[in-house]
Design a protein around this ligand. Structure first.
Ligand code: WTA
Length: 660
């Protein structure tokens, strides 16, 4: 049975615990329906009311939504505000200065606490430091840092002075970093000497040096280095400066730069259908509204909560639910440097117990790998830890299979914590389809219902609505405040990718297939409908990996597809034709490993193909098009049922069936 069939046949329903409903921000289905009706009645007024209630505006906005240049929508445009003011000063002014903002746990278990007052001071110092380097409103700053207090401070400091940040995940290679630095036109790169994960020390600064040695990076004037390990790294005189030196003499106050609501807060690169990553551009006002609102709606955050999102700041989840959401609502959060399996696979449970975490937000891949680990070694099973502090669990990034959902609910949540399966994307800025803890009866594997005001729907290839129970294309029919504003440097690609003419040009195309069940209208996500893979919750373009492979001088041709994987959801499978004769035996294993290492250097270790198969050719139609469907069947190890009469050389199917 496929994962989708198993979700659609899922009849277990978990009602929200009554005690939670009573105190929830949105309490009960009626309250949800009331909000949905309000949005229906007066869409612009609904979001404007919330934007006024949730955020502190320097200059109030007079207009909610501007659709005059659709699909380049604008929200709250004539209002001005500052994100860092909203996340820090506002909390301090409200008397929360002594509240712990961040409980940071390092890889080796060392814990550091930072109050809102401290965090504000540190952000101001770095903001002043960046200004002293000449960074101005609208300049781009690339952040290539490990999970750290400093990483969050760096993002907030950029926001404070109106610089647009672009965080690059610390696992990306120098080439990937270079591509992003050039596309963003960064003037400063913030990094660390090294990062520490799972007991290993990994380089960062030397990768920045490699990236900046490549062409097109002349705009980068400075590299600011946070000394995480104190390891020996090269410094380029005049360009490189220690973060500690930069901030040493700076003041702990810094006047925020008041920016328009549409000012780009950040650019975050993500994979699309073509080779080049897309710089997803987000706004200031609409984005921050979402970060704050969804902390309250989806996670029901309260002053007594300890929130922990296990994502990395290099991904959008680490932006909205680490750097901005928790701070915007004055919450206490845990930030973790390391990995779930070090020093053993009980690390998450140990940290929940130690820090009395109440809301825990992680990815299905992590859950699946921890299920396996606790099956293999019962000592690291959640039941050995006191997890009674938990009240809400969340997941994000990929579909969660009902088995993993039920384990999470039972073994981690003790059967009392709702599992909030949040569907969203880099482009949506925050949750769009998700259960609400005090509202939604849960069905394992379904992300249930759209947030109030989110016009999610399922359509066919011509943009027409499809009936519940039938699968189709997931779209959102109306703009919402935290949506992507454009693709940096490429507005045409923005229009084509997200508002395609085939669907009428006004529907936001998520890129996922989905189905709603007939009974409740609940949404279940069926996975990407484009050439994007989702491996362990990381988005990877097949074309990106193919271009990396063919850039290797020994490779003639390559095609990449995904196949289902028990732990990572999907796994990368590459079909490769070499310029030399097709290798076999040990030769093939050796070359496959060389190609994996090559892809790790070209893109990053997360893009390494799990399977590599060599053929003398790829299956193509007469017109020369690669038959990807056939490759997907081969990757899964399925029998070939498609018509293969057009294949030039059917014998290659046998060759390509052999994994290396
Ligand atoms: C997938 C991550 C099923 C989906 C926040 C989407 C999900 C892509 C879920 C975006 C979920 C995310 N259930 N699938 N709850 N959440 N996805 O941009 O395919 O890294 O399009 O954003 O992840 O990945 P991204």
């Amino acid at each position: 049975m496929s994962a989708i069939e198993s979700v659609l046949q899922e009849h277990r329903v978990f009602n929200p615990p009554e005690a939670l409903v009573a105190k929830a921000a949105i309490s009960g289905m009626d309250a949800y329906l009331k909000l949905t009706a309000e949005a229906e009645r007066d869409y612009e007024g609904f979001w404007s009311r919330l934007a006024r209630e949730q955020l502190a505006w320097h200059t109030p906005f007079t207009k909610g939504l501007d659709e005059s240049n659709a699909p380049f929508y604008k929200w709250f445009e004539d209002g001005t505000l500052n994100v860092s003011y909203n996340c820090l000063d506002r909390n301090v002014e409200a008397g929360l200065g002594e509240r712990t903002a961040i409980v940071f746990e390092a890889d080796d278990g060392t814990v550091t606490r930072v109050t809102y007052q401290d965090l504000l001071a540190r952000v101001c110092k770095l903001a002043n430091g960046l200004r002293s380097l000449g960074v101005k409103k609208g300049d781009r700053v690339v952040i290539y840092m490990p999970m750290s207090i400093e990483g969050i401070v760096a993002m907030q400091a950029c926001a404070r002075i109106g610089a647009t940040h672009s965080v690059v995940f610390g696992g990306f290679s120098s080439k990937s970093l270079h591509e992003r630095v050039v596309d963003a036109g960064a003037v400063v790169v913030l990094t660390a000497d090294e990062q520490v994960r799972g007991g290993k020390v990994l380089p960062l600064k030397s990768i920045v040096d490699e990236a900046l040695a490549l062409e097109g990076t002349e705009a980068v004037r400075h590299v600011v280095v946070y000394r995480r390990t104190g390891g020996n790294v090269a410094y380029q005189a005049g360009r490189d400066i220690d973060l500690a030196t930069l901030v040493a003499s700076q003041s702990t106050t810094c006047e925020p730069e008041w920016v328009g609501a549409e000012h780009p807060l950040f650019i975050l690169y993500t994979s699309g259908s073509t080779g080049k990553p897309k710089g997803v551009q987000h706004s200031t006002g609409g984005y921050l509204l979402w970060a704050a609102l969804t902390m309250r709606w989806s996670f029901d955050i309260k002053p007594t909560d300890v929130f922990w999102c296990t994502a990395d700041i290099g991904w959008v989840t680490g932006h909205t639910y680490i750097a901005y959401g928790p701070t915007a609502v004055g919450a206490t959060q845990v930030v973790f440097e390391g990995v779930p399996t070090y020093p053993n696979a009980g690390r998450f449970w140990d940290m929940i117990q130690k820090h009395k975490v109440t809301i825990f937000y992680t990815a299905p891949t992590a859950i699946r790998s921890l299920i396996k680990a606790s099956d293999a070694d019962p000592k690291v099973a959640p039941k050995n830890y006191d997890l009674s502090s938990l009240r809400i669990l969340g997941t994000v990034g990929e579909p969660i299979n009902p088995e993993a959902w039920v384990w999470y609910h039972t073994e981690v949540g003790g059967g009392r914590c709702p599992v909030i399966d949040t569907f969203w994307q880099t482009e949506t800025g925050g949750h769009v389809i998700t259960p609400l803890p005090g509202v939604t009866p849960l069905v394992p594997g379904s992300c249930t219902l759209p947030l109030p005001g989110i016009a999610a729907a399922i359509v066919d290839e011509a943009g027409g609505d499809v009936a519940n129970g039938q699968g189709g294309i997931l779209v959102i029919k109306r703009p919402w405040p935290s949506m992507i504003r454009t693709i940096w440097n490429d507005p045409e690609r923005f229009k084509k990718s997200y508002f395609p003419e085939e669907l009428g040009g006004r529907l936001y195309l998520a890129g996922d297939g989905a189905v709603r069940d007939a009974e409740r209208g609940y949404f279940t996500i069926m996975g990407r409908i484009d050439d994007v893979l989702n491996v362990a919750g990381h988005r990877m373009g097949t074309m990106e990996i193919e271009s990396a492979l063919v850039a290797n001088p020994i490779v003639a041709e390559a095609a990449v597809v995904g196949r289902p994987d028990d732990t990572t959801g999907e796994a990368i499978c590459a079909f490769v034709v070499l310029k030399q004769t097709r290798p076999s035996g040990e030769d093939a294993t050796r070359i496959a490993n060389e190609l994996r290492a090559w892809v790790a250097r070209e893109i990053g270790p997360i893009a390494k193909p799990k399977d590599i198969r060599f053929g003398e050719n790829l299956p193509k139609t007469r017109s020369g098009k690669i038959m990807r469907r056939l490759l997907r069947s081969l990757a899964k190890g399925e029998a070939i049922t498609q018509d293969v009469s057009t294949l030039e050389n059917p014998a290659i199917l046998e060759q390509l069936g052999e994994a290396k």
